[in-house]
Design a protein around this ligand. Structure first.
Ligand SMILES: [Zn+2]
Ligand SMILES: [Zn+2]
Length: 364
């Protein structure tokens, strides 16, 4: 494979605003233990938008100007650095690059199998050059192999959105056959949670979202849908809870996965959980507020749990891809790299349905 001296990359040129620029960068040579990946596809995640526009006020520092974004990349191994033999990765293999670009393997979270929260990690598209470019360096031991038979454009969004919700569903304490509520079911995370949780893990899914997402959410496999716009204004959360209790035969949901970045979704959730129910926090609102209605008497009386789930670990990424090969079929939108700014504008306006995947082969 011939490797060009320079390649095209999408950078954030005005952090704080929705603005990107396509630039020409030097193509790096892989160091010891590193590989050079020729990216063919990259999903566009809501976290990229949050980073670019500095809406996560709780981050240690804002994204820098000139940062290459993106963290859901799939590509082909183009070059191996020295000392890559033990990884089993070969030139021509298809591999995936996640939010966690590299993990140390040595800190307490890594040793506990929680490399998604490694203390010494690099983050693709934030502290490490991301996947919105034609070539990127990655540690040979930490890329995710893409299984044969799973198209690269299908695999890309699964490397952040997919593994994130899969990990959350696994932690939810729900069993196959239980009702699981997905808040933000029609969004980039939610529609993957509906598919993996329903068709993949055997949960009965009730999706919550804006009414115009109903048919999409049901196509993804949700058995029931709650249009949250019907319950706005005061008394809204009671109405949503009543509706979910009705759908679930009076018991409530065994778990709820909050896939939206909405404080309201969090404050509603505890009121429609079943006994031993789990609220799984995934979507992170920019303006952080405590979870409302987490009263000790309610938590104790119904033995509820509130847990947080980050992006999942590398093993879960592999499990997600294996499961998705069987169940994830929802159409995504393939877009040219040149249209990325418009994609972010649509994302901000809540106009996207499911996921957008950039075709990096469209750069040239
Ligand atoms: Zn993401
Ligand atoms: Zn670590």
């Amino acid at each position: 494979m011939e490797i060009p001296k320079t390649h095209k990359a999408v950078v954030y040129d005005k952090p704080g605003e929705i603005s990107t620029r396509i630039v020409e960068l030097d193509t790096p040579a892989p160091g010891p233990g590193q590989i050079l990946v020729k990216i063919t596809h990259s999903g566009v995640c809501h976290s990229d938008l949050s980073l670019m526009t500095n809406t996560w006020s709780w981050l240690p520092e804002p994204v820098k100007s000139g940062q290459v974004g993106g963290h859901e990349g799939v590509g082909v191994v183009a070059q191996l650095g020295s000392s890559c033999e033990a990884s089993g990765v070969n030139i021509g293999d298809r591999v995936g690059i996640k939010w966690i670009a590299s993990a140390c393997g040595n800190c307490m979270p890594c040793l506990a199998g929680a490399d998604g929260i490694c203390l010494n990690s690099e983050v693709s598209g934030y502290t490490w050059p991301g996947t919105f470019q034609e070539y990127v360096l990655a540690p040979a031991h930490y890329v995710t192999p893409i299984p044969d038979g799973l198209a690269s454009e299908v695999a890309a969004p699964l490397l952040c959105g997919g593994v994130t919700v899969y990990s959350a569903l696994k932690k939810s304490r729900a069993q196959a056959g239980d009702w699981v509520a997905i808040a933000g079911a029609g969004g980039g995370l939610g529609h993957l949670a509906v598919q993996l949780g329903g068709r993949g893990m055997g949960f009965r899914i009730v999706g919550l979202d804006l009414g115009n997402k109903e048919s999409f959410v049901k196509e993804c496999g949700a058995e029931a849908f709650v249009d949250i716009t019907k319950y706005s204004a005061d008394g809204g959360s009671t109405g949503i809870a009543d509706e979910i209790l009705r759908v679930t035969g009076g018991a409530g949901a065994a778990a709820v996965i909050i896939c939206s970045a909405s404080n309201a979704a969090y404050s509603q959730a505890l009121s429609y959980l079943r006994f031993n129910g789990t609220l799984v926090c995934v979507g992170v609102p920019g303006e952080a507020e405590p979870i409302a209605n987490a009263y000790p008497h309610l938590m104790v009386g119904k033995q509820l749990a509130i847990i947080g789930s980050n992006v999942g670990n590398r093993r879960e990424a592999m499990e997600t891809l294996a499961m998705a090969k069987r169940v994830a079929t929802t159409p995504f939108r393939l877009e040219k790299v040149q249209n990325i700014t418009r994609v972010f504008e649509e994302m901000k306006g809540g106009k996207l349905q499911g996921r957008v995947v950039l075709d990096l082969q469209s750069c040239t």
